[in-house]
Design a protein around this ligand. Structure first.
Ligand SMILES: Nc1ncnc2c1ncn2[C@@H]1O[C@H](COP(=O)(O)OP(=O)(O)OP(=O)(O)O)[C@@H](O)[C@H]1O
Ligand SMILES: [Mg+2]
Length: 510
């Protein structure tokens, strides 16, 4: 007898439906799974056999063949356990063949028949819903995560027996419902506040601009000037995450297995702070079975790379394409996966090995060639992708000793939120949320300059020897500065401020 059930699988952050066909025939007892299963799927045989027996059911001593269709895509993960087990029970007359035909099943089985949580549930449920699926059965620990998707009835199941009792209406499982507004609410307050940073008004302003438009920033300054301290305070001024952005972020973290049943939806912008010893695969993603890297895990948030020149050269260079395109495609024998990587890159570095090149007080002890070698670790193309280059000078004694508190993160965030709201409304329906994501096509509509502003930009373009990319990036940053000022048009003063943030190239990198 043949039974048919549906499940899903992932390709990058998108899912597709997998038909699980089970045939049981007379012959030598055996159990085969076909349809390009990976090692975890192949191992499911032993888990399913034990789970069925330990649930008080009968594992048929016949010839069992399971086909996972479409057969030409490699299937990964342990979440096919549940649909395969149900297929065997249905094909061996222990369950009604017709039940659950329209539903999707996923879940890993433990040897005693309990269902274990699996990764990647959110993207799988979203794509199942898009393919017209209305009912999903999955492990109870994944139920909240799946219930975030509106329009799907989600049943969280504890074990194999429970789902069978539900099918014969012996003991009904109630569908899981979550309150999305509650999940999106700020849970914990940020620990760090900009009020603690003394002086550095110029740096704070630049970071306000960066946060408002999602632009990349590089901070250069001597040791102890507060670069790391300032960067750690960026999460406290980032604009709130919209529901659409939150879903995008949660999908990636769902695949990476970073969610728990208490926090099924990521409600705050990610702030990732990888150590400089990270590998290229760790940063950009990859592996035999492709996985998202730090750059994708920081999607719609901040990727903070402290001590930028210390990162491996190959790791830095691999980031060039995802920084530009906002997504990264990884091709391996295990398949091709595309992950979004729209990040605000925040990097920090010293200007030379001793750290004091360009300092007003302390003398730099490095030779010219040492400085050039050190700065040369950051390639021109990578530097060109960074919108704001800011110098973080040493703090003066008077500034440090003042009792006056600086502006709080809360006040800065209010302005950032206002500017970001203007952007999300302006770009509604275009699939982008912030100025940093503007394409050249959209820029010709939203970044038009008046005569005076245009003349100023032309002058700077020629004087600083800018690239076409730098020109575009300046326009985007100027758009953000105009939004912060509540100005409909980009004026000359907005261009002037933006150019200041590009002028460091000359000082440190030539
Ligand atoms: N502007 C400031 N206001 C108040 N405290 C500061 C300021 N700048 C630095 N500090 C103090 O100095 C400490 C060291 O700063 P931080 O680690 O951020 O320096 P850094 O610029 O990252 O140095 P390095 O280049 O060596 O990494 C901070 O933890 C903080 O206590
Ligand atoms: Mg530091």
């Amino acid at each position: 007898m043949i039974s048919m059930h549906k499940s899903t699988a992932l390709c990058g952050i998108d899912g597709y439906i997998v038909d699980v066909e089970t045939d049981i025939s007379n012959g030598l007892p055996g159990f085969d799974i076909v349809g390009l299963p990976d090692a975890a799927v192949k191992e499911s045989k032993e888990r399913i056999r034990a789970a069925i027996k330990n649930s008080g059911l009968t594992f048929p001593s016949k010839r069992i063949t399971v086909n996972l269709a479409p057969a030409d895509i490699k299937k990964e993960g342990a979440h096919f356990d549940l649909p395969i087990a149900l297929g065997i029970l249905a094909a061996s007359d222990q369950m009604d063949l017709k039940i659950g035909q329209d539903a999707v099943f996923l879940g890993e089985l433990s040897l005693n028949g309990d269902l274990r949580r699996v990764n990647g549930v959110l993207p799988m449920v979203i794509s199942a819903y898009q393919k017209g699926i209305k009912t999903i059965f999955l492990p109870i620990e994944n139920a909240n995560e799946a219930a975030v998707v509106k329009g799907v009835e989600v049943f969280g199941v504890k074990n194999l027996c429970e789902i069978l009792e539900h099918f014969i209406s012996k003991k009904i499982i109630n569908p899981t419902i979550v309150d999305i507004d509650e999940l999106l609410k700020d849970t914990e307050k940020e620990k760090y506040d900009f009020a603690e940073v003394k002086g550095q008004l110029y740096v704070k302003r630049a970071l306000e601009v960066a946060a408002a438009g999602g632009h990349n920033v590089l901070m250069i300054g001597p040791p102890g000037s507060g670069k790391t301290m300032i960067a750690k305070r960026i999460p406290s001024i980032l604009p709130d995450l919209t529901f659409e952005e939150s879903l995008e972020v949660t999908k990636i973290h769902s695949i990476a297995g970073n969610l728990s049943s208490n926090s099924p939806l990521i409600s705050e912008r990610p702030f990732r702070h990888p150590h400089h010893t990270i590998s290229s695969v760790g940063l950009s993603g990859g592996g035999a079975n492709p996985r998202p890297g730090e750059i994708s895990l920081s999607h719609n948030g901040v990727l903070f790379m402290d001590e930028l020149p210390e990162f491996r050269r190959d790791a830095l260079e691999a980031m060039r394409q995802p920084l530009e395109d906002g997504e990264i495609t990884i091709t391996r024998s295990g398949g091709t996966a595309t992950y979004p990587s729209n990040v605000m890159l925040v990097a920090s570095m010293n200007p030379c090995p001793c750290g004091y090149y360009g300092d007003k007080v302390r003398e730099c002890s490095c030779s010219q060639s040492q400085i050039m070698k050190y700065m040369g670790k950051i390639s021109g193309p990578l530097l060109d992708r960074i919108d704001l280059h800011i110098e973080v000078p040493s703090v003066k004694y008077d500034e440090l000793e003042t009792k006056e508190k600086g502006e709080s993160s809360e006040e800065i965030k209010k302005r950032v939120d206002r500017a970001r709201k203007i952007q999300t409304e302006r770009y509604k329906g275009l699939g982008i949320f912030a100025n940093s994501q503007l394409t050249p096509e959209l820029m010709s509509k939203y970044c038009v300059l008046g005569e005076e502003a245009n003349a100023l930009l032309k002058q700077a373009f020629e004087a600083l020897g800018m690239s076409a990319r730098a020109h575009n990036r300046i326009l985007k940053v100027a758009r953000t500065i105009a939004d912060l000022a509540g100005s409909e048009n980009i004026e000359a003063e907005h261009i002037a401020e933006t150019i200041q943030y590009r002028a460091l190239d000359k000082k440190f990198f030539n």
